[in-house]
Ligand binder design. Sequence first.
Ligand SMILES: [Zn+2]
Length: 229
Amino acid sequence: MRKILYESGQKFNRLTFIKELKEVKTKKTAYRMALWGCDCGKKVKLVLMNVVRGYTKSCGCFNRELTIARNKNSAIHGMTKTRFWKIWSGIIYRCDHDPKYIPRGVCERWRIFLNFKSDMYDSYIKHYEKFGKKDTSIDRIDNSLGYSKENCRWATLKEQLNNREITFMIEFRGKRENLEYWSKNTGIKKELIFKRIWEQKWPIKRALETPSLRPARPNIKIKLLSSNT
Ligand SMILES: [Zn+2]
């Protein structure tokens, strides 16, 4: 199997690749390990692919900050455990960390949760009463623009897919083709490919070569491995 090599300085979320370390072997698998520099200044050893795939985004500081922010916010509006709040915090996080979203961004108004709520909460409730929670996600009407009241609506997964289909091109095996093409070629449903790449941030190769959905590797391992740094 060909190994993808990473260069020092390559960045995934808050983590910057420093160097590859010795593999850690369990009975079944060998995990490629790497040393990472976190934005907060800490250095950590982490399972390489967990970082590349986005399961691990920081040395742990991101989750700590998130918890603090959640606790602070819950005192203000008591909504931090709701899905609606998660959607909002997801938008803010993507627009600050994901290179795909950073250029389009989120309008200033929506950086404050209560503004987002007053713009989108009523329509959110209506949509999810009709289609269910799982099938209510925020969709940008024009994908070349960012998140704002004017450019957003609630949509089902299918609608999201239709909206993206034309623009959602995938480069693989030296070809740049749309979802439809890759779905036909791999026998994997369009919805699943879309979900894997767009929502779960799988690398393209894995998304198109894995026949059916498997659960992500448990993150427990990482904690054990990083505790000795
Ligand atoms: Zn950190």
